[in-house]
Design a protein around this ligand. Structure first.
Ligand code: MEV
Length: 348
């Protein structure tokens, strides 16, 4: 039987011709930024890890020209037809804003495909939403891969990344691209806007507990807040940017050496910088302090801040205590497992 090669990076996935019109399921991971969030938007480096929470997307062909989107975890669904959106389930405003970036990703793929066709897309995500773990990028990346594969559009991982990044711009305004990069490529990345990303070969275990404050916030607003403070006090903020860069450079060495104590210290210093930029808040600092008191080597907010998640580093024999302390402090903790798997096709 003839087969079609569908390229996702170095992993060709052979689909039989007869399968091409069936549904395709793809998934992409969430992330935790260890160092450098916000500063990365201004060209500084960041270190980011893919974690074992994933977003899933299923794409199927439709008979008509409509784009039907459904989010199982958000209980939202609706149709885009001739430029207008019709709600089926949930709040129309919320659905439109969640689905708009996905519509853009689909349109980009249809442009390459060269034919306007109807699609059903179902998304299901295990990533907490608006919490700093890159849920929107994981969803956009999974949708891009699922639709691209369904339509037999040959896409490198770079193209998946670029389309996911375009979708992220609709969600966050001026994102650095770090979330789309890690969702696409997985692993541990050193990311910088002008030079791109470089995989970091981290052999050592980096035991992390993530604590979700449960406070949802907008990355766009947090990024804007930093822009305003930077514009107002450029000479004050500039040295902070340089310090953030030095933290990342020192952290690369510490990761190579498996020096968890230094990594913990650097996380604490990084958090102090973020606090100075006013992107931390009471809910985050409460969990960060609880983790430190329970013996974490270091703790900081992760992602955009203003609520969302914090991350603590601890020796393996302290992880449980740190987890319990975050829970007692009112957070929703989980142990984050690093994953090397970026975007992938789960099945057809
Ligand atoms: C969001 O996950 C990380 C930020 O640095 C924004 C960005 O890099 O796009 C706050």
């Amino acid at each position: 039987m003839a087969t079609t090669q569908v390229w996702l990076g170095m992993l060709p996935c052979a689909l039989h011709d007869s399968d091409v019109h069936m549904g395709v399921i793809a998934s992409a991971p969430a992330k935790v930024i260890l160092f450098g969030e916000h500063f990365v938007v201004y060209g500084e480096p960041a270190i980011v890890l893919a974690i074992d929470k994933r977003a899933y997307a299923k794409a199927e062909l439709r008979e008509d020209r409509q784009l039907y989107l459904r989010s199982v975890n958000l209980n939202l669904s609706g149709y885009f037809k001739n430029g207008t959106f019709k709600i089926e389930q949930g709040n129309a405003r919320e659905a439109r804003s969640k689905f708009k970036p996905l519509k853009l990703a689909v349109e980009k793929i249809l442009e390459i495909h060269g034919e306007n066709i109807g699609l059903n897309i179902e998304v299901n995500s295990t990533v907490p939403v608006a919490a700093g773990l890159g849920s929107s990028a994981a969803v956009a990346t999974a949708v891009t891969a699922a639709v691209g594969t369904l339509l037999d559009v040959k896409m490198s991982k770079e193209s998946v990344f670029h389309i996911s990044y375009e979708a992220e711009k609709i969600v966050h305004g001026t994102p650095s691209g770090v979330d789309s990069a890690i969702s696409t490529f997985g692993g541990t990345l050193l990311f910088q806007m002008d030079t791109g990303f470089k995989p970091l070969d981290v052999k050592t275990d980096v035991p992390l507990v993530i604590g979700d404050t449960g406070v949802e916030r907008s990355t766009r607003d947090q990024v804007l807040k930093v822009r305003q403070i930077r514009n107002k006090y450029p000479r004050v903020i500039e040295p902070m940017m340089r310090t953030a860069r030095e933290i990342v450079l020192r952290a690369i060495e510490a990761l190579k050496e498996g020096d968890l104590e230094t990594l913990g210290d650097l996380m604490n210093i990084n958090n102090a910088l973020l606090y100075g930029l006013e992107v931390s808040d009471e809910s985050l600092e409460w969990l960060i302090n609880a983790a430190r008191r329970a013996g974490a080597l270091g703790a900081k907010l992760t992602g955009a801040g203003g609520g969302g998640c914090m991350v603590a580093l601890a020796q393996n024999d302290r992880l449980k205590q740190v987890l319990e302390a975050i829970k007692r402090a009112g957070g929703r903790p989980f142990i984050a497992k690093k994953t090397d798997e970026g975007v992938k096709i789960e099945g057809t």
